[in-house]
Design a protein around this ligand. Structure first.
Ligand code: AP5
Ligand code: MG
Ligand code: ZN
Length: 213
């Protein structure tokens, strides 16, 4: 299965991906996670992209696309992948399409996780992520069993740097202007599957898996 998770910041792309890859057995490829790991490890790529993430702006298309293909060309992506947060612009979608054609591959589905703006702001304000394994929580909706400690690996959970309110509003605006047009783009390609991202997490994962059968 070659899948894309599309949706605004805080829609639950990462949360759904964590559930879906368990059942589908394909790698989860989140451009945001790749960039954050590089920033944390102070790599050349990390230095290049840091200011974009801090401000909630998009990393340039060419650089992002190169990073994605480096990952997709690895052995574990041969039988499928779940892209989360890529593509995010029409040029990224075009570059993905061209790269797939060159490799004789095609996408199976684009899952569009639909959530309205007010809900997104609340979700991102309360989101906490594990410093070590990246597991995602919410102070009200999905709290850790022990306050401040990851259920999975016992490391500290923290707030993401770009979850400050001002940056969140920026990210939502960037989504509206640059990413939302991809819904029409993939509707025309006949690939879109729109789901209600306000449903309970596990119920929604079940619904997506059913639709993919
Ligand atoms: P990225 O990391 O992709 O961030 P994002 O798109 O803003 O999305 P988030 O990760 O914030 O939200 P999510 O949809 O994964 O929600 P989550 O599951 O965590 O990108 C970060 C930055 O990297 C970008 O701003 C940009 O700078 C750069 N970048 C990345 N990709 C790029 C690209 N392709 N091109 C250029 N630049 C790029 O859930 C959120 C919260 O809601 C959690 O607390 C969770 O517990 C809760 N929640 C989830 N589902 C539910 C539910 N069903 N009900 C109740 N609560 C829920
Ligand atoms: Mg995410
Ligand atoms: Zn953890």
């Amino acid at each position: 299965m070659k899948l894309i998770l599309l949706g605004p910041p805080g829609a639950g792309k990462g949360t759904q991906a964590a559930n879906l890859i368990n059942s589908l057995n394909i790698p989860h490829i989140s451009t945001g996670d790749i960039f954050r790991a590089n920033i944390k490890n102070e790599t050349e790529l990390g230095k290049e992209v840091k200011s974009y993430l801090d401000e909630g702006r998009l990393v340039p298309d060419e650089l992002t696309t190169r990073v994605v293909w480096d990952r997709l060309d690895q052995e574990d992506c041969k039988d499928g992948f779940l892209l989360d947060g890529f593509p995010r612009t029409i040029p990224q979608a075009e570059a993905l399409k061209q790269g797939l054609v060159e490799r004789g591959l095609k996408l199976d589905r684009v899952i569009n996780v639909d959530v309205e703006k007010d809900v997104l702001v609340k979700r991102l304000a309360g989101r906490r992520v594990c410093k070590n394994c990246g597991a995602t929580y919410h102070v009200a909706g999905k709290p850790t069993k022990v306050e401040g400690i990851c259920d999975v690996c016992n490391s500290e959970v923290i707030q993401r740097d770009d979850d400050k309110e001002e940056t969140v509003l920026n990210r939502i605006e960037v989504y509206e202007n640059q990413t939302k047009p991809l819904i029409d783009y993939y509707t025309e390609e006949g690939l879109i599957l729109t789901v209600d991202g306000t449903k309970p997490i596990d119920e929604l994962s079940g619904e997506i898996l059913d639709a993919l059968k």
